[in-house]
Write a protein that binds this ligand. Sequence first.
Ligand SMILES: CC(=O)Nc1cc[nH]c(=O)n1
Length: 103
Amino acid sequence: MQNDITFFARFEPDILAGRKTITIRDAAESHFQPGQRLRTGRYEDNGYFCTLEVISTTPVALNELNDEHARQENMTLAELRQVIAEIYPGLNELYVIAFKRIS
Ligand SMILES: CC(=O)Nc1cc[nH]c(=O)n1
């Protein structure tokens, strides 16, 4: 079965442990709705590793990312800005998808 969302494999342990509770995505992945259950896999091999329930999807500009976002990503704000710049170079319009793991 296909996954609904993927994460880089390096994020898997933090998601499974509940240390990462948001993901910041571009407009192509801004369609997730509160209550939606997402089969969640690794980007690298598409292997399923858990199911997440979407709590909210909220627009955020790059310059609005703050320490609370970083805490929810289990990173420092500097690390978060670096990661986002690498994944979405030059992109300002982003979306915070908050989630909880349900299985
Ligand atoms: C595969 C992929 O894009 N993964 C991402 C992107 C942004 N944040 C995140 O946690 N994971």
